[in-house]
Ligand binder design. Sequence first.
Ligand code: 1HA
Length: 270
Amino acid sequence: TWETIPNQYQDILFERCDKVAKITINRPEKRNAFTPQTVNEMIDAFAQCRDDETIGVIILTGQGDLAFCSGGDQGVRGNGGYVGSDHIPRLNVLDLQHLIRVIPKPVIAMVRGWSVGGGNVLQLVCDLTIAADNAKFAQSGPKVGSFDGGYGSGLLADTIGIKRAKEVWFTCKTYTADEAFQMGWINKVVPLADVEQETLDWCDVLLQRSPMALRLIKASMNAATDGLAGIQQLAGDSTLLYYTSDEAKEGRDAFLEKRKPNFDQFPKFP
Ligand code: 1HA
């Protein structure tokens, strides 16, 4: 059973079940389209999950059976981006995509119904995707006057191949869950009624694995695609591990004690 994590969010639900957090876009009347506010709330919730040592896996999903997410809310699209109460046009979902890439815990998209446009890119940047058999996948940008040439294109090409990625974007056609599975776009398709249990079963498996190993595999697999920013993430993980070593502590302690560090005592592995 899910318990609500205390929050002031308006557009999302934020819940946990033991070590699993669930972030649910809660605008079903708009097929879970996002506004800058929705995105800011998701960024805040993901950041909380990142800091919370007791959370091991994060599920991203949409409220109801009809949609995971239909992308940017076209009703608040102004000139230059999506506009919130501060009247500033934003494409802040790009910040959320990046956060999902670098958060050092597995993120699983649980997809029911439509996964479209910027919503489908969110699904793509998640580490794993479990879909219900009613899921439908599409990029709609060239139909509605938009495109995502970042992760939405490059990571899609890495995921399903260049020819398929161009087909998806050029035609804007819709793919069934089974078709998406065949293309290597998603990890698993199950009957709608089983999708949450299936997702939780995957979470249970991941929670039995070494969190540091999962962290390093995620960073390693993202590094090439993300270029120097990806190397930064992976290198930051090396720094983290190095800081836990006696060798690194010797450097810090010698500085604080105003003496020369003695690094000779440490092994030089081949
Ligand atoms: O490309 C980007 C970006 C690129 C770079 C950087 C940032 C980006 C940020 C965002 C995006 C984008 O997301 S562009 C793509 C925007 N999304 C779409 O083009 C999908 C538009 N929606 C649909 O094609 C369809 O609604 C649907 C396939 C998701 C569902 O169809 P269905 O089941 O027939 O329902 P429908 O009647 O169309 O929709 C139900 C209600 O939800 C409608 O409102 P109502 O008439 O009841 O008042 C509908 O207008 C609303 N709705 C659905 N999607 C959106 C939406 N309202 C606003 N924005 C939506 N995206």
